[in-house]
Design a protein around this ligand. Structure first.
Ligand code: 9D3
Length: 264
């Protein structure tokens, strides 16, 4: 089964340029997935190739006309009838790790991109299965959002990533942030790589990574931690944290933690 991404956009160059490098383009070359763009401008019949107009009732931006969008979606569906239709929109459900894994299990996606001002609501009502946002901030169109979504979703399609870098093992898969990483040299600007990482003691290293993931999450994203940690584990973490020398805590980026943070 070849996964198909079809993007409906007035700016196909943004999509092709963004997806033309890296693991996504490698996956296209090896035949795991396909990417194509459909431009609503090619489905206009007036001399000016009009794709948008001013919103009824006034307001900022231009609204994309229903007809060229309907014809674009129909063309996409003729090629891949079972694909899910997404509309990238600031009003959508925010994209998460969980949503990306679910979308990766579809046969393909038809992704509608709007420009500032959006698209006629009746296109959403008639043809869109899901409306998706990439976060609570404004960007000038759906194209970069579609690229973020395709990059994220493609990582869960079997064969896109090598086995060494599995998406399931990633930060957020476990609901926690990643532990800090270090490479050569062992000492840099007076900061030393933690001894345990040089020890070659595999089990101790795994335990260190897990503990550090939790401590980093407590510091940077306390909102993520609540469900993931029991009182028993918290007591163990207090001991782990107490054993880290003060200057190491700074090297590890957890100098903000205090004993009170381990009391539930
Ligand atoms: C005038 C009110 N704006 C709605 C909040 C209109 C509007 C702003 C920006 C309509 C479209 C856009 C363009 N943005 C996207 O198409 C978009 C988007 C975003 O701006 N933020 C987060 N996720 C997304 S997905 C698509």
């Amino acid at each position: 089964m070849i996964y198909s991404f079809q993007v409906i956009t007035l700016f196909p160059d943004i999509i092709q340029a963004s997806m033309g490098l890296g693991v996504f383009s490698q996956a296209q070359k090896s035949g795991i997935l396909t990417l194509s763009c459909i431009n609503p401008r090619e489905f206009t019949s007036d001399i000016h190739k009009t794709v948008d107009d001013r919103p009824f009732g006034g307001g900022d931006g231009m609204v994309m006309l229903p007809e060229p969008l309907e014809k674009s979606i129909s063309t996409a569906k003729r090629e891949h009838s079972r694909s899910k239709v997404l509309y990238m929109s600031p009003q959508g459900t925010p994209l998460t790790h969980l949503k990306a894994t679910a979308l990766s299990r579809e046969e393909g996606l038809i992704i509608v991109c709007g420009r500032y001002g959006g698209i006629d609501q009746r296109v959403i009502n008639s043809f869109v299965d899901e409306e998706i946002s990439i976060g609570d901030y404004v960007i000038s169109g759906g194209e970069l959002a579609a690229c973020v979504l395709m990059d994220c979703v493609s990582r869960f399609i079997p064969g896109v990533l090598g086995h060494k870098d599995s998406a399931e093992k990633d930060s957020f898969a476990g609901g926690l942030l990643e532990h800090p990483n270090f490479t050569k040299p062992r000492e840099y600007k007076g900061q030393n790589v933690p001894e345990v990482l040089l020890s070659g003691h595999h089990k101790k290293i795994q335990e260190w990574k897990r503990s550090m993931s939790i401590l980093v999450t407590m510091v940077k994203r306390p909102d993520l931690i609540k469900a993931h940690i029991s009182q028993t584990e918290l007591r163990g973490l207090l001991v782990f944290w107490q054993q880290i020398p003060k200057d190491q805590r700074k090297t590890l980026g957890i100098e903000q933690l205090h004993e009170k943070d381990f009391h539930g």
